[in-house]
Design a protein around this ligand. Sequence first.
Ligand code: PLP
Length: 494
Amino acid sequence: MTTIYTSTRGGQQHVTASQAILQGLATDGGLFVPEHFPQVNLDFEQLKGQSYQEIALLIMKAFYSDFSEAELKACIKAAYDDKFDTDVIAPVKKVGTEYYLELFHGPTLAFKDMALSILPYLMTTAAKKNQSTNELVILTATSGDTGKAAMEGFADVENTKIIVFYPKEGVSKIQEQQMRTQKGDNTFVVAVEGNFDDAQTRVKEMFNDLALRQTLASHQKQFSSANSINIGRLIPQVVYYVYAYAQLIHQQELTNGQTLDVSVPTGNFGNILAAYYAKKLGVPIGKLICASNQNNVLTDFFTSGTYDRNREFYVTSSPSMDILISSNLERLLYEVSGQNTDTTSYLMEELTTKGSYELEVALREGLSDFLVAYATDEQTQLAIKQVFDREGYVIDPHTAVAKHALDQMTQLSDPALIVSTASPYKFPESVVRAFDEVKHVENEFGWVTALYEETKLTVPPAVKTLFESPILHDRTIPVDEMLPCVKEILNINE
Ligand SMILES: *Cc1c(COP(=O)(O)O)cnc(C)c1O
């Protein structure tokens, strides 16, 4: 069975997986989705004994069916190696009566590594398969974690360039330091005077700019995307839900077939959509808890059926979720509308022109697998403190949002998996503040030391050396200069 992709908006069809990965976004601005959802035989009695890499191969074979098994094996082997600090890649930990799926054991300490460590290999393999000799220009807007993880993956990869835009005031100090010290001759990092949505909107505009695409083509270049709109990022995220379920059976925490609820700290809706895809594939997932921070546009959407981005934007202690336009929701709208591209296009058009849309009542039924809740910064802090005081387990603010949301769901009785998306050392100030409101430190690294003193949690080596590394990028521009900036970097000022 081959899996063929189509745009959620209907304007581009019959695209192979490798073409979809290369292209990133469909030409009509839609996202690529499988025309027919693939079927995978998920025999958990067998899967429970398999490695992360073996399960990755099973899932990717189904979704990326125009790649050969040898090609996928090579990509998986190169991606999931000792750049992760644990052989199991994604450990499942039992904490009290709940389980945490730790997705932060990669090089940049956040879950983006799970997909971005493999995306460069998938993309360069896809380029070869399609006889494309163009230089791939990865254009990315980041709320803090994607940018670093993508650069780490693409640094010095031949025939690629990566340009990352991040909101100047919207990322943590550690995230900013990680990006500004990025090595690699082909990496470019630019701070933008605006928020993530401003940056993401401009990036999408550049993708959809036909004239710009033609100019690039005449210079033997083409854009691609490392954002979670790329199907090359989404599918690797499905893998860890299959793996987590298999591990819970292996650890005899679940019986085969038993329902598991999952709580996911959500921003662009990529991670939780991967959980939804895993459920569609047959993983016995029950409820999908969509956890938001104060930017609770999704909480309102699932509650009322109206998506409205016309609201105040908050900078919170979980900055990777400070998003008002959750791009991957488009893929869910496509599903709940019965794969109706007209409905999906219409809703997305409303979002662009009015900043809001309303889902028909009949279609809201399709959202019933999702439960929603959000956490304020204060509630986030409280969750960090309570989990540590009760269980001695340290969680970062994003994970704490998911924990808080789960705690609101008192009607649920199945075992629950909390998706843990970042190392506490990526956001040490917020975590320390949860224990000690008035703590004062000398410099940024002081928060790392303070967190160690509070918790005795081992400091990851990547954090230790971070503040000794030289700053290699320090450019800040207004939002309106993003396009000229890209042209300048690519030397296409015709
Ligand atoms: C990106 C990110 C999220 C949000 O994930 P989405 O797939 O965008 O919903 C949550 N937590 C952390 C730490 C992240 O980096």
